[in-house]
Design a protein around this ligand. Structure first.
Ligand code: CP
Ligand code: NVA
Length: 305
């Protein structure tokens, strides 16, 4: 594994290897056992969108691994003034041991990987959010103890989270159901991926009650992602009824988990009651960003160069 660009690139074995290492790193941190596996290494973190969790967890993660992280806002980089990605990637590769990037187009992340010479990590694009989904899978295993045979459901926009959740959960043997309003369904690429590699395992519906029935894990996410602010009002209308609430929870399996990548908009995609009833799962999920990403950093950057 040279980069982390999408969930699709990871096999089931790759994912399990990352999760096992993440569990080990979490144990070491909790027990004060040093694990400075990236001593002297520097990660550059390019942000073209806002972030709380991703920025802080990567920065703390690099510190705990004995290295350091540089926060590089596109507002300050020459990339924001039009310097080509190909040049930025080649320059930064001369200074850094790894590049993490949060941006809009998936192609930009792929270009950094193509033109640079150090590992690249996708920290969210409009297409994918693999770092988040690795933390989500880690959390599911902590609470449920297994993946095989579970049903994971996503209620909401067919967005970056829906794409990466579908791929990650299918890879680990879960059934997946996605409920989105018409016109906001998951993209063709993911539908084709599921049809080809996991026939019969992905259900798509426009009815959240159908999707939530017999679920073991229910995910949701904001109705308007970063960069879609102009569509906010139109989306508020289109997504009416696409809320995780007592009604959707009532048809799920006993002990069904609720996960949310955060930030959450209570009263929109999730009620305050359901959010707070599952806060222990949701904040463990947020914490697990740190451990899962440390595992990715070690896999990509340890003993390289
Ligand atoms: N879930 C997530 O990626 O959060 P941030 O946008 O705060 O990084
Ligand atoms: N779908 C959301 C996820 C935020 C972590 C967005 O892209 O804004």
């Amino acid at each position: 594994m040279k980069h982390l660009l999408t969930m699709e690139q990871l096999s089931k074995e790759d994912i399990l290897e990352i999760l096992n290492l993440a569990d080990q790193l979490k144990f070491q941190k909790k027990n004060g056992i040093p694990h400075e596996r990236l001593k002297g290494k520097t990660l550059g973190m390019i942000f073209q969108k806002s972030s709380t969790r991703t920025r802080v967890s990567f920065e703390v993660g690099m510190y705990e691994l004995g290295g350091q992280a540089l926060f590089l806002s596109s507002r300050d980089l020459q990339i924001g003034r039009g310097e080509p990605v190909q040049d930025t990637a080649r320059v930064l590769s001369r200074y850094l041991d790894g590049i993490m990037i949060r941006t809009f187009d998936q192609s930009e992340v792929e270009d950094i990987a193509k033109y640079g010479s150090v590992p690249v990590i996708n920290a969210l694009t409009d297409y994918a959010h693999p770092c988040q989904v690795l933390a989500d899978l880690m959390t599911i295993r902590e609470f449920k103890g297994r993946f095989e045979g579970l049903k994971a459901t996503f209620v909401g926009d067919g967005n970056n989270m829906a794409n990466s959740i579908a791929v990650g959960c299918l890879r680990l043997g879960m059934k997946v159901s996605i409920a989105s309003p018409k016109k906001y369904e998951i993209c063709e690429h993911i539908r084709n991926f599921a049809e080809k590699e996991y026939p019969g395992m992905l259900e798509l519906t426009n009815d959240p009650m159908v999707a939530c029935k017999n679920s073991d894990v229910i995910f949701t996410d904001v109705w308007a992602s970063m960069g879609m602010e102009a569509e906010k009002h139109e989306r508020e209308v289109a997504f009416q009824g696409f809320q995780v609430n007592d009604k959707t929870m009532s048809v799920a399996n006993e002990g069904c988990m609720v996960l949310h990548c955060l930030p959450a908009h209570r009263g929109e995609e999730i009620t305050n009651e359901v959010f707070e009833a599952h806060a222990n799962e949701i904040f463990e999920e947020a914490e697990n960003r740190l451990h899962a990403q440390k595992a990715v950093l070690v896999k990509l950057m340890e003993n390289k160069k």
